[in-house]
Design a protein around this ligand. Structure first.
Ligand code: CDP
Length: 240
């Protein structure tokens, strides 16, 4: 079957990465968490106290950043994020990084740096990438684009539970405030703001189970893959 690119965008903590991971595993595709890349850059900037107003310092810092995803036998389902050769998977998910990541992500130099790497990763297709600008900027030609949404309250509850599972105790109010602030910065920034691509299919995950969510996406993916197999001229903008 022909390999496609699946782009999953949406607001913070609405289930993009868990869905993307499961869909990629079912299809034998590579999953790429573009948010992890923005988080890794943020962690580097925090550690090196990079002034977010200083373009020269930012350019210099970016030259010293290398991000990779590596699969380890102990985490077969989730590639780990490496920053300059060190596993930073845990640290990039901390609230400290979450508080700053959207400020870093709105810097045009940072976006250009990461978008170029993400586009390279998708050259051979067969990937599922999630983020904020995947269907609009990184892969505007993606065969399947999804835009996930969910109620803020529900998203905050899910994220709080994820943090708790990693022994990070954060109040629901603080999590909610962080998601609200990030969504605001992400949707209003001048460079590639978060928005639904015209040809993206919107899925509200508030009231559906994780299995239903994955099944829905897989059905759409198979449809696209079959569609490309039998009819290469199949219109990419159909919302089948
Ligand atoms: O997991 P969660 O939805 O909370 O966020 P994430 O996907 O890890 O992304 C963290 C932050 O990175 C977002 O709030 C955005 O500011 C930024 N981001 C972005 O600007 N563009 C992307 N393609 C992915 C993430």
């Amino acid at each position: 079957m022909k390999k496609i690119i699946i782009a999953i965008d949406g607001y913070s903590a609405c289930g993009k990465s868990t869905t993307a991971k499961a869909v990629a595993a079912a299809l034998g595709y590579t999953y790429i968490d573009s948010g992890a890349m923005y988080r890794a850059v943020t962690l580097y900037f925090m550690r090196h106290q990079v002034d977010l107003e200083d373009e020269e310092a930012i350019s210099h810092a970016l030259q010293n950043i290398e991000i990779e995803f590596r699969s380890l036998p102990e985490y077969p389902c989730k590639a780990q994020t490496y920053l300059n050769g060190h596993n930073v998977e845990e640290e990039i998910r901390s609230m400290e990084v979450s508080r700053l990541v959207s400020q870093v992500s709105k810097i045009p130099q940072v976006r250009r740096f990461l978008v170029a790497q993400q586009q390279k990763m998708g050259k051979k297709k067969g990937i599922v990438m999630d983020g904020r600008d995947i269907g609009t900027v990184v892969f505007p030609e993606a065969e399947l684009k999804l835009f996930l949404t969910a109620d803020l309250e529900e998203r905050a509850r899910r994220r709080q539970a994820e943090l708790l599972a990693k022994d990070q105790v954060v109040s629901l109010e603080e999590v909610k405030e962080n998601l609200r602030t990030r969504d605001l910065i992400d949707t209003t920034r001048s460079e590639s703001p978060l928005r639904k691509a015209e040809d993206a299919i919107e899925i509200d995950t508030t009231h559906i189970t994780f299995d239903e969510q994955v099944e829905m996406v897989l059905r759409k993916a198979y449809h696209k893959m079959m569609c490309y197999q039998v009819a290469p001229c199949c219109p990419t903008k159909s919302q089948a």
